[in-house]
Design a protein around this ligand. Structure first.
Ligand SMILES: Nc1ncnc2c1ncn2[C@@H]1O[C@H](COP(=O)(O)OP(=O)(O)O)[C@@H](O)[C@H]1O
Ligand SMILES: [Mg+2]
Length: 313
């Protein structure tokens, strides 16, 4: 099932088309990266998807609900970390979460266990009874995510969760996102301008540029879309590396060929070359133990798309 469907979703602030005819879907269970520079429209889209803003044109369905008319029902099944989450700094972590558990309607009898479980999962258990005012930025952010996930929503929106964190605290947040996705099975809508983060965490990404969607897909698909080299790893029998290399050397479009143990790494420009390469290898008696697509670097793709968009404008 699709967790999110948008159709021509638009939000204008006077002349400013902050969100401009977005049509995309987010599948249930995926970590979906929503990538864009400052001002691209990420936060405005998140607000539309949560029913905080009403679209100027078009619409969206989130977990089967219309956020504009069914916001209250929707928010029982979703969690959100906004750009500037406010915690009560005078209270400790347990009390901060307990207060929200009531708001979110977590059954009274479950609250205590749920709060302690969350603090454990998000590595805050040993500081749980200290005032939050004394926490580091990274700890505050982890607590804010724990709070957004307290009622075990099926879908969680994270708006730039690491933008003010140092690399080590960011890693802690990344571990939380993986936990939410892999262990809890929730769908994650992750707004970020951090490409490395998107590459590490996301199954698919959408690239937003001045309110418009300029690309969507897995990092490898986006690479193919902008004509980037596709990277592959080929594993062959130990005694057949030279033979395999001579086959690859003879194929048009193969570049960046390197050998690492029994693995040959190379790039091609068209996926269609792969079946041809495999047929040639088999013909020459090379035993293929595995072939795997490597990821394209999202960073390069993003700049290629960004430049295309700038040239287009
Ligand atoms: N409440 C608002 N009123 C007027 N303009 C807004 C409002 N919120 C956002 N904008 C404008 O919409 C555009 C997109 O902003 P935003 O969604 O915050 O981008 P991002 O989150 O990607 O940085 C920007 O040009 C911003 O100035
Ligand atoms: Mg924003």
């Amino acid at each position: 099932m699709d967790a999110i469907i948008t159709e021509g979703l638009s939000k204008h602030f006077k002349e400013n088309r902050a969100v401009n005819e977005l049509s995309f879907t987010v599948q249930e269970g995926e970590v979906f990266g929503f990538l864009g520079h400052n001002g691209a429209g990420k936060t405005t889209t998140t607000r539309l998807l949560n029913g905080v803003l009403e679209p100027t044109n078009g619409g969206c369905t989130v977990l089967g609900f219309n956020p504009t008319t069914q916001g209250e029902l929707l928010r029982q099944k979703t969690g959100i970390l906004t750009e500037t989450p406010a915690l009560d700094e005078r209270l400790n972590a347990v009390d901060n979460l307990t207060m929200f558990a009531d708001l979110y309607g977590v059954p009274r009898a479950d609250v205590k266990k749920r709060v302690l479980d969350m603090l454990g999962s998000f590595d805050l258990a040993d500081r749980a009874t200290e005032k939050v005012g004394g926490y580091s930025k990274g700890m505050k952010q982890r607590l804010a995510i724990a709070r957004a996930f307290l009622h075990r929503p099926r879908l969680i929106f994270l708006d730039e969760p690491t933008s003010s964190l140092d690399p080590i605290s960011s890693r802690g947040v990344h571990d939380m996102i993986r936990h939410i996705s892999q262990d809890e099975g929730a769908t994650v809508f992750l707004c970020t301008h951090n490409l490395t983060e998107a590459q590490r965490l996301c199954h698919r990404v959408a690239v937003l540029e001045k309110g418009r969607l300029v690309a969507i897909g897995t990092p490898s698909e986006l690479g193919a879309q902008v004509g980037m080299a596709l990277k592959y790893h080929l594993e062959v029998g130990e005694s057949q590396i030279r033979e395999a290399k001579s086959v690859l050397d003879g194929v048009a479009g193969v570049s960046e060929l390197t050998i690492d143990g029994t693995v040959l790494r190379f790039s091609i420009t068209k996926k269609d070359t792969i079946p041809d390469i495999l047929a040639m290898l088999v013909n020459r008696g090379v035993r293929v133990y595995g072939i795997e697509a490597g990821e394209s670097a999202l960073e390069d793709i993003y700049f290629a798309l960004h430049n295309a968009e700038v040239n287009h404008a």
